[in-house]
Design a protein. Structure first.
Length: 296
């Protein structure tokens, strides 16, 4: 295990970072768990896929789309490790027996729907169900990724949410993602706002985002086909003053999906997302918004 840990530390000098505002001014917290693009050489060597194919599972550049929102007085947490290596928007141990050499521990959830399609905490496939690995990986490697990357990321996100709630009486997480243009049921959509069908956020949170984005001309839908993943479910507890919304943005709005490069529409989209976040932040002006949300 010590050798595995040593290699994992070498793989990621900075597995993630929190970009802090000059002054904390809003209970908003931004998270970009799938925009990481640092691919360890040993991971690339173990994969049957080329780097560009692996990158198609990324929410490429989503962290940078939302980066201007830090100027609203909110932190942004972003992963540098790629989703194909470790997916923190899953339960900690949603593990796929097909990719491991040996028997998984009994506490592993091997029967979830996400594991069934190859998209567990350690993904088996990317893109159009393309297998990642040439051969099974060790269980020690998989568990070490969870201990050294997954758990610290979640601990940091928890700390940011608790700080916001301590300062403002409420915390509002915007979990930032992108969706491929060929994803199921997204034809004709620009943005999907997921609040677990009302379970992870008060109505006012989604309404503020939706009104701003629709006003800017975007085609917005709630919860279908993306109602929010583990992060939204885990951190969204409106009765306790913690609200979480997953934002899924159509990649065609800002990305050449084949080459994974930004298009000329990038700037306009980033400005519109900033405006939506600002509209939400204004719900808390003078503390009145926080009180209203906490009471809902």
């Amino acid at each position: 295990m010590e050798q595995v840990e040593r290699i994992a530390i070498q793989d990621f000098d900075r597995p993630f970072e929190t970009i802090e505002p000059a002054r904390l001014a809003t209970p908003l917290v931004f998270s970009s768990p799938h925009s990481g693009s640092t691919y360890p050489p040993r991971f690339l060597a173990a994969s049957r896929l080329d780097p560009l194919t692996l990158r198609r599972s990324e929410d490429a550049f989503v962290d940078e789309l939302f980066l201007p929102c830090v100027t609203l007085g909110a932190p942004l947490l972003r992963a540098f490790f790629p989703r194909a290596y470790l997916d923190v928007n899953r339960e900690p141990y949603e593990l796929d027996p097909q990719i491991f050499d040996g028997r998984l521990p009994e506490f592993a959830n091997t029967r979830s729907l996400r594991v069934a399609v190859g998209l567990g905490t350690i993904p088996r496939v990317v893109g159009d169900a393309q297998p990642i690995y040439k051969k099974p990986i060790s269980i020690a490697d998989g568990l070490n990724r969870i201990e050294t990357l997954y758990r610290p990321y979640h601990a940091q996100l928890k700390a940011l949410m608790e700080r916001a709630r301590a300062w403002f009486g409420v915390a509002v997480l915007l979990d930032c993602h992108s969706m491929p243009s060929n994803a199921a049921d997204v034809s004709g959509l620009d943005i999907v706002l997921g609040d677990r069908y009302g379970a992870s956020a008060a109505p006012a949170v989604v309404e503020a985002l939706e009104a701003s984005l629709k006003g800017a001309g975007y085609r917005v839908r709630r919860n279908k086909p993306f109602a929010g993943g583990f992060i939204t479910e885990h951190f969204g507890a409106p009765a306790e003053g913690a609200h979480a919304v997953q934002i899924e943005i159509a990649r065609s709005l800002y990305l050449d999906e084949r080459r994974i490069v930004r298009t000329e529409k990038w700037t306009g989209l980033s400005e519109d997302l900033f405006a939506a976040a600002k509209a939400l932040a204004q719900e808390f002006g003078g503390g009145t918004g926080a009180g209203r949300l906490a009471a809902e």
